[in-house]
Write a new protein. Sequence first.
Length: 456
Amino acid sequence: MLQAPPRPLHGDRDPETETRAEAKRRADAVAIGVFARNLRELLLAAPLGQKRVLAIDPGFRTGCKTVVLDAQGRLLYDEVIYPHHGERGARDAAASLRRLVERHGIEAIVIGNGTASRETEALVRALDLPAALAIVVVDEAGASIYSASAAAREEMPDQDVTVRGAVSIGRRLMDPLAELVKIDAKSGGVGQYQHDVDQAALGQSLDDTVISCVNAVGVEVNTASPRLLAYVSGLNTTVAENVVRHRDANGPFARRRDLLKVPRLGARAFEQAAGFLRIRGAADPLDASAVHPESYPIVARMAAELGVAVADLMRDETLRARVDPRRYVTESVGLPTLTDILSELARPGRDPRDRFEQVQFAEGVDSLDDLRPGMRLPGVVTNVTAFGAFVDVGVHQDGLVYVSQLADRFVRDPAEVVEVQQRVEVTVLSVYVARKRISLSMRTIPSTLPRSEVAP
C-alpha cells in the first residue's frame, strides 16, 4: 500500500511551495517589467505642445461634449453638439464647430477614440477647415476615471464629469505626460495581467517609472499641476500643493530661487528639485534649462572668459565650440558633467520626446464590418505584451499582432520590434465580428490568410 510522503514539520521548508512561490515571483517580475516599459512609452509620447485646442468627447445618444482650451490648457468654453441626431443635428453641429474654430483661432481638433469616434471624425474632416488645422484621434483610456476623481473636482469644481473628461482628452494631446500623471497608471490600458501580480511591487515600479519620466522631461513650474509637481525629485504632495498656492497668490515665479519662498520647500529639497524645474521667459536664461543652479557660476565663468553674456553663449554655436571643458574641471565637477552642461546650453530646456506626428486612419474603415482579410491599414500600437502587440486601426476594437507576425524574422521579445504609440502598417489576417477579434500581421508578406471571408 502506497503511503503519502511525510508532510514537512512546522518550520521546515516545503520545496513544492518554494518552487511555486519562486515561479510566481519571476512571472510577476516579467509582467511588471512589461507594464512599466509600456507606461514609459505612453508617458513619453510626442506632445502637440502649446496650441489652442478644440476637444470632442464623442457620443451618439448623449451627444458630443465639446470644449475649447487655450494654449496653456485652460478651459475657455464648453457645449454639447448632436451631429448624429439626424440632418438638422449634423447641420447645427457643423455650424457650431466652424464658429468655434474661427472665434478661438483653433489650431488642432482632438477627438476621443470611444463610441462615435470615427463618425465624428468624418464629420469634422468634411467641414473644409483650414489645411493647417490638425485633426487627431487620441486614446481616451482613463479619461472617465479622471473626470470623477478628487483631482478633477479640485481642478474644475464648477464643471460636471462630461466636461472634465473632454478637457482631459484635449490636454493629453497637448502634453500626454502632464495629463496622464493625474490618472491611476493601472487605468492607462497598457498593462498585462496587472490584477494578478504583487500589487505593492507593481505600484512601486509604476511610481518609479512616472518619476523617471517626469524628471527626464522636466516640468514648467508656472503651469504644472500639483500632481505633476509631486513627481519631481525632492518634492512631495504637500510641497507641490504649496508651490501652486504660492503661484496663485503671488503670480508666476520669476526665477528658480523664488521657489525657496515656498513654505516647506527648504534648501535640501530645492537642491534636489531645481534641475528638473523650468521657468520659461525668466531673466536668467539658465532658469529655463536643465542646468542646475549650482553650475550657474561655471557657465558665467565660461561666458566671461569669452567676453560675452550667458545668453550669447547659449545662442551661438561658434562661441560654445571655443569652450574647453577641461579648463573647468574641479574636484566636485568632472568632465562628464561639464560635457552635459555644454550639451544643455546648445538646446536649453530641450524635450527628449519625439516630435508630434499626425496619424490618420484609413478612410471608409470605421467598424469591424468594414474589415476584410488582406487589407493593408495604418495603425497605432496601444499595448505590448509577451505574446504580441495590440494595434488600433480605427474601428473601436484593437487588433492583435501575434509575436510570430511582428516581423519577417524570428522575434523573441515583442519589445524588440514595437513600442506603445508607435505608428505601424498592418495587414488584416482575419476578423471575428461576434467575438470582436481581429488578427493582424506586420510581416512584409503575411502568412496565408486563415479566412477568405470575415467570420460571423
